[in-house]
Design a protein around this ligand. Structure first.
Ligand SMILES: Nc1ncnc2c1ncn2[C@@H]1O[C@H](COP(=O)(O)OP(=O)(O)OP(=O)(O)O)[C@@H](O)[C@H]1O
Ligand SMILES: [Mg+2]
Length: 234
């Protein structure tokens, strides 16, 4: 079992959107996934919710995606989390003591970012905090990429960040918003809308698939603690 967190203390950089779509891609690749919503906005929790239920681990519309909140998660026993291949934590845009604890507990953190001035400037603080919490930086990836605005800075960024930077770039796509509104991960939305499959029209779907594959590749390489810390330790 591998725990990963998606974190950036900057808001609105697609942490929750990425968690939702990555969970979908991971289950498509045969993984059993638990999504843990650690944000009081509860975006992922509401997205995956199928019916009102107070169970600690909840079902979703996808057999191999279960979900919960951080508050419920910390009450779980190891045997309940051991059944999952990936536990994915969606973090709030903050750097509170609780967020630091979750980063430490996750062990591996992937950082989504936009290529705006403020987002780029804030990255150093984020990566320093990850290392302070003795977690590993799985990689930094760009979201909502718009060629006309971002192409020059992307190259510069790739050179500076080198191996920390992931190959996959998630493009800006209005359909992402529509899919979230419809309560579907992007690929499920495209299937639902019968969007003809072509590399251009399915670009955003392929991008999330590639991101998931790249993460899985990276996760196989990193040597991480794999045991659950039982109640009270977190
Ligand atoms: N690839 C994309 N193209 C266009 N819009 C996107 C894309 N990814 C996410 N968005 C939109 O960006 C907004 C912010 O996304 P999201 O809520 O996932 O960010 P977040 O980092 O989780 O935010 P917060 O910090 O508030 O938790 C949402 O309205 C979402 O629909
Ligand atoms: Mg969020």
């Amino acid at each position: 079992m591998i725990r990963i967190a998606l974190y950036n203390n900057k808001g609105g950089v697609a942490k929750s959107t990425s968690v939702i779509n990555l969970a979908y891609c991971f289950q498509k690749a045969g993984k059993k996934v638990l999504v843990v919503d650690c944000d009081q906005q509860e975006n992922c929790f509401m997205f995956f919710m199928t019916a009102k239920d107070s169970s600690p681990i909840l079902p979703s519309d996808y057999e191999n995606i279960k979900h919960t909140t951080w508050t419920r998660y910390i009450e779980l026993d190891a045997c309940e989390t051991d059944q999952f291949d990936y536990i994915v934590f969606d973090l709030p845009p903050a750097m509170t003591d609780e967020v630091k604890r979750i980063i430490h507990h996750s062990g591996i953190v992937f950082v989504p970012t936009l290529l705006g001035e403020f987002e780029v400037a804030g990255l150093k603080k984020v990566t320093v905090e990850i290392s302070k919490q003795q977690a590993r930086l799985g990689g930094i990836f760009i979201t909502m990429y718009q060629k006309e605005n971002d192409a020059a800075i992307l190259t510069e960024f790739q050179n500076v960040l080198d191996a920390q930077m992931m190959r996959t770039v998630i493009p800006f796509s209005r359909t992402v918003r529509e899919s979230l509104k419809a309560g579907l991960p992007i690929e499920a939305y495209f299937i639902d809308k019968k969007v003809p499959r072509s590399p251009t029209s399915w670009k955003i779907v392929d991008a999330y698939d590639n991101l998931a594959l790249e993460m899985m590749e990276r996760l196989e390489k990193v040597d991480t603690p794999v045991t659950f810390q039982p109640k009270g330790v977190v």
